[in-house]
Structure formats: C-alpha cells, structure tokens
Design a protein around this ligand. Structure first.
Ligand SMILES: NC(=O)c1ccc[n+]([C@@H]2O[C@H](COP(=O)([O-])OP(=O)(O)OC[C@H]3O[C@@H](n4cnc5c(N)ncnc54)[C@H](OP(=O)(O)O)[C@@H]3O)[C@@H](O)[C@H]2O)c1
Length: 264
C-alpha cells in the first residue's frame, strides 16, 4: 500500500469512510470483519463524525483491539460551542484519549471550532486540524479556511461526476502542502449502480484495475494532490476489493478520460 504522508503522518492511499455504513445499533461480525480487513490490507485510515449516528461508537469498538495500528479522522459538527466541547470529548473517549485528525465538519462555525481544536492539539489530544465540505457551493469558503494557515488537511469530494475541486482547491492544496482526504469516490454509490463491461475496462488492467469501483478509486488517487480515498461499504469483499488498488502505476490523462467517458 502506497503512503502519502501529510503533516508528519504516514497515510495510506486507501482508507475507509463510515457514513451510513457503520450507523448500526451494535457491533456485529460484519462490521468487525470490515475493519479487520481494512487494517490487514494496510488501509488503516478511518473517517467518521458525530453526524453519522452510531458510526463513531461502532468504529471505535471495532478498532479497540488494534487502535494503535489505526489513523482516526473524525469531526466536530455543531453551531454550539458547548456542544462542540461535548462532541470532542466524546470522540476522544471513543478513540482512547487521542485522535489523529480532527476535522471541522461542513465548515460549521469554523472559526470557533478551529480555536477549540487548536487548544486540544496544544494539549496533545489530537495531531492534525482539518476541515471538510461536500458541496461545490462551499468551496470558496473552504479556500478561505485553507488560506488561514490553520489547517493541515482538507476533505472534499472527487469523482468523475464531482470535479469542481480540480479548478482551485486541489492546486491550492498542492501549493501550500495540505493533505487531501478524498470523500465520495463513488458519488455515494451513484457511480457504482451499473458497471462498464470487462472489455471497456481492459485498457486499465495494466494499472492493477479489474473492476469498475477500482477504476473510480484509481481515478481520484491519480490526481497528485490527493492523499487518501475513503470509500465506505457494508460488505467485506468490497473492502478487500477497494483496498487492492493502493499502489501505482497511477492513471495518466488518457486513462482518466476513459473513466470519465465510462462514467457518463
Ligand atoms: N461532509 C463530509 O465531511 C462528508 C460527506 C460525505 C462523505 N464523507 C465521508 O466520505 C465517506 C465516503 O463517502 P460516501 O460514503 O458518501 O460514499 P462512497 O464511498 O462514494 O460510496 C459508498 C457506497 O458505495 C458502495 N460501495 C463501496 N464499495 C463498493 C464496491 N467495491 N463495489 C460496489 N459498491 C461499493 C457502498 O455500498 P455497499 O455498502 O453495498 O458496499 C455504498 O453505498 C463517508 O463514509 C464519510 O466518511 C464526508
């Protein structure tokens, strides 16, 4: 598994998201196995949020036996300062008193949240402060946050149907050396409902791609600004399939154009 370090953390190019997929009432064998498969494959970067129902609690329980081998990226998501403190405390409790990457979710009240996260970072409770948004309309504001110099990473969507970040956000992240966590590699599942044929995908075989979801993962990670992609799944075999494209060679313009054409 290739690693693309940012802010001093060695990050694998494939990780895992937990929105919806880990919002289950209690840990079950499937969720435990999905986390274990990710860890075994070296896809040990896990994204969550208090916005995702039970996901943080369930992820934390599945990670508990191997917490040291994981990089946890969670979020704070509220307009209320006191509630933000509660969310941060709850996340720290879930993940053993320390979180590697703490993100301001959807830029909600970001100035106050950055103050709070920076104070926690100074106490050693977290390593990296970051910010996320998923809507194209918010990218201007995200750019402002990037330019404050207060964050070390961003999380944004990037796939053949959501390419707005190519224009300004990804080049800016590269210019100022920010990590880029790539969310929604399958457009929340919208891109994997149907799959191109094996012969359509044949030109990508030399890149280690045998399935359409793998082509989409490689598409995003072939942009040199990206650090880690975080596909979410409820199925063990899909976690293994996703983790299997964590090495180069990466796509050039021709292969990216093919994936864009196949995604139409
Ligand atoms: N504002 C934010 O910060 C924000 C917003 C959105 C997302 N995120 C983060 O980004 C993560 C990823 O985004 P997402 O969950 O919205 O969407 P996604 O990862 O693009 O797509 C998830 C969907 O793809 C399916 N899938 C996964 N692997 C597959 C495979 N190999 N073959 C076929 N289908 C596959 C899953 O279905 P099955 O379960 O059936 O496999 C699931 O329905 C989230 O979980 C979350 O952690 C953050």
């Amino acid at each position: 598994m290739e690693h693309r370090p940012f802010a001093g953390i060695s990050v694998p190019v494939i990780g895992m998201g937990t929105s919806k997929t880990f919002d289950v009432p209690e840990v079950n064998d499937d969720r435990q196995r999905i986390t274990d498969i990710a860890l075994d494959a070296g896809a040990n970067f896990f994204d969550s949020s208090p916005m995702y129902g039970n996901a943080e609690r369930i992820l934390a329980a599945t990670l508990a036996p191997r917490r040291d081998g994981a990089i946890v990226a969670t979020k704070v998501w509220t307009p209320d300062d006191d509630e933000a403190e509660r969310q941060i405390n709850a996340s720290l409790d879930y993940f053993g008193g320390h979180v590697e990457v703490f993100q301001v979710h959807n830029l909600v009240e970001w100035r106050a949240r950055l103050d709070q996260l920076e104070a926690r970072r100074d106490k050693g409770e977290l390593d990296i402060v970051a910010a996320t948004h998923w809507q194209a309309s918010a990218l201007g504001e995200l750019e402002d946050v990037m330019r404050t110099g207060r964050i070390a990473a961003i999380q944004v969507p990037y796939n053949p149907h959501e390419r707005e970040v190519e224009r300004r956000i990804l080049p800016l992240a590269q210019d100022i050396g920010l990590g880029v966590i790539l969310m929604r590699p399958f457009a929340a599942g919208g891109l994997v409902g149907r799959s191109p044929s094996a012969s359509d995908l044949a030109p990508l075989r030399g890149f280690g791609v045998t399935t359409w979801p793998q082509a989409l993962l490689k598409y995003g990670l072939s942009h040199p600004a990206t650090s880690v992609s975080i596909p979410a799944t409820t199925r063990r075999e899909r976690m293994a399939e996703n983790a299997a494209v964590g090495d180069g060679p990466w796509f050039g313009p021709e292969e990216k154009a093919l994936v864009e054409q196949l995604a139409r």
